[in-house]
Design a binder for this molecule. Structure first.
Ligand code: HEC
Length: 139
């Protein structure tokens, strides 16, 4: 195989295997969060989809009583739809179902603080945000 053909084949299979999973803006957000997480904790060793899942499913007693969990609005299955307390539909959080997810920094800046305060009673750390995104990218 010529080098050019090899490159093209490699590129095509990467694209076909994960059309939704790479996005320059989302990847940039993750890189920024990783740098911040390292500042918050020198022992930071990378994000974890498993910790992201745990955060997504956990029930907190420290936020608003009517929204103990991310799943309260986003639904237990990240691939499924959610619903606000007022009954407004929320699209799936899983990137496989919604490739445009987490690709607009303004949306992340708006919703992470708001939702974390509502559920945890505090802002999420950079590690928690990165774990959450890593989980959603894996779904
Ligand atoms: C009270 C309801 C509610 C709860 C609880 C909630 N969210 Fe959300 N969230 C929303 C709504 C509404 C949106 C905006 C609609 C959309 O993005 O489809 C949103 C959007 C987001 C976004 C932006 C998505 C994007 O495409 O950029 C993130 C990130 C997010 N939520 C994270 C969380 C996390 C983490 C938790 C738990 C700590 C949580 N949410 C709990 C209602 C909620």
């Amino acid at each position: 195989m010529t080098p050019t053909k090899f490159l093209l084949t490699a590129l095509m299979s990467a694209t076909l295997a994960s059309p939704a999973l790479t996005n320059p803006v989302r990847d940039g957000q993750l890189a920024g969060l990783a740098a911040q997480a390292k500042k918050e904790d020198a022992g930071f060793a990378g994000f974890s989809a498993e910790r992201g899942r745990a955060l997504y499913q956990a029930r907190f007693a420290t936020g608003k009583a009517e929204t103990p969990s991310c799943t309260t609005c986003h639904g237990t299955d990240p691939k499924g739809k959610g619903q606000t307390k007022a009954g407004k539909e929320i699209g799936p959080m899983a990137v496989s179902q919604n490739p445009a997810r987490y690709t607009d920094p303004a949306e992340l800046e708006k919703w992470f603080p708001r939702n974390c305060n509502q559920v945890l009673g505090r802002e999420c750390t950079a590690r928690e945000k990165g774990d959450f995104l890593t989980f959603m990218i894996s779904q």
